[in-house]
Every structure is written in C-alpha cells, then in structure tokens.
Design a binder for this molecule. Structure first.
Ligand SMILES: [Zn+2]
Length: 207
C-alpha cells in the first residue's frame, strides 16, 4: 500500500496540476465517445495503451471481459453500464478488448484449474458460448494457439451478446453506435482489430 499512497500524493502535487484545466472542464459532465470493455487483469491498462485522458473512455472491467447476453430477469452491472453508456452518454463506439495470457480464458479452457473458485466457475458460465464457438470453428487447436484463438473468439462472441441489449439494438438500428472486437498483447504492446465476418485481424499498432 505504501507505494500507492506515495503515488496518490505525487499525482495530487505533480500530475494533477498539469491537468487541472481538464479536470475543471470535466466538472460539467462526461462525454466519452467510446465504451471500453476489458478484463480486470492488472497487466491491462486501457488508458495507457490507448493514450487517452480522463473523460475519454467509459471503462467497464470484469474478470474475462465478459458481457452476459441481455436477460430481463437478471440485472448485471454490465447491462446497467452498457445501457447508461449508450442511452445517456451516447457513446459512438463499444470496444470489447481481450488480452494475451488471460487467466479467465485459461480457466474456461481448463475448468479443473478453477474448480475450487465457485464464484469464478459461475461467472464463466456466461462464456459458455465462447467454448462452443471455439470448438466448432477451431477443432484442431491446442496449447497456446488454442488460448490465443479463444481470446479472439471470446471478444467476438461478447459483441454478439452486446447486440442483445435493447439500448444497443435501438442505437444500432439508428446507426449511432459501432461495435469493435480487439485484442491487446501486453508483452509486445500490440493491439489488433478483429474481423467480425471472416476471422483474421488487422494490426492497429502498425505504422
Ligand atoms: Zn483477463
């Protein structure tokens, strides 16, 4: 804790002063253009790798960047956050960003490894569709290749789940929101945009 308490002091006395005007302006409200959904993993820092400032990304984080499909009988934090981002903040883009070496995706592939974590096991049931999608599309893969493909297919599957949320259905019908599937490789700093239609990806960090 000592390090982060030193950090808040340094932020207040150094960094904050440099951005005082920005924070003053944000008192009037937030108008982020992008809702950014990613994993809770401590190695993933969306503001760092997108080089964005406070007020620019509406960030939704959880174990495994999972967005449960809309369920009128259950209220999830993810559903509330998406509804707020789309209906109130009027974000123009929703990004689901998976990441390399994701422990949640490893747990999905090797359930015995998380068997004594009942809450994690239950949470990962929201990603069952990812397992089915990977088995159907990439039956021959194993090891690192399987994990990498699972991380990609999972991000794409979450876009499908997001499309079931009523606020997103309305915004997409009006053409006011676009969905994007990304992966971030923290050990290289590379970010890829996934192709929703036919597999493959584009390296966004090129050039
Ligand atoms: Zn993760």
């Amino acid at each position: 804790m000592k390090k982060i308490i030193e950090g808040v002091k340094r932020f207040r006395h150094e960094e904050f002063d440099r951005k005082r005007e920005l924070f003053e302006k944000l008192k009037g409200g937030q108008r982020p253009e992008v809702a950014f959904i990613t994993c809770s993993d401590s190695r993933v820092n969306p503001n760092l790798f997108t080089q964005t400032e406070p007020g620019e990304l509406f960030i939704i984080r959880n174990v495994g960047n999972i967005v449960p499909a809309y369920d009128p009988s259950a209220c999830t934090s993810e559903a509330a956050a998406i509804e707020y981002a789309v209906s109130v903040l009027k974000v123009r883009h929703i990004v689901v960003c998976g990441h390399s070496h994701c422990g949640a995706m490893q747990g999905l592939l090797n359930p015995e490894g998380v068997a004594d974590l009942p809450s994690v096991v239950k949470w990962l049931t929201h990603a069952t569709a990812t397992s089915h999608r990977v088995k159907a599309l990439h039956p021959g893969l194993s090891g690192d290749a399987l994990l990498e493909k699972t991380i990609e297919e999972h991000a794409l599957q979450q876009l499908k789940n997001i499309e079931t949320h009523p606020s997103v259905v309305s915004a997409m019908a009006r053409g006011t929101v676009e969905l994007h599937g990304w992966t971030y490789t923290f050990e290289t700093g590379e970010v890829r945009a996934l192709d929703r239609s036919g597999g493959g990806s584009v390296l966004l960090t090129d050039g």
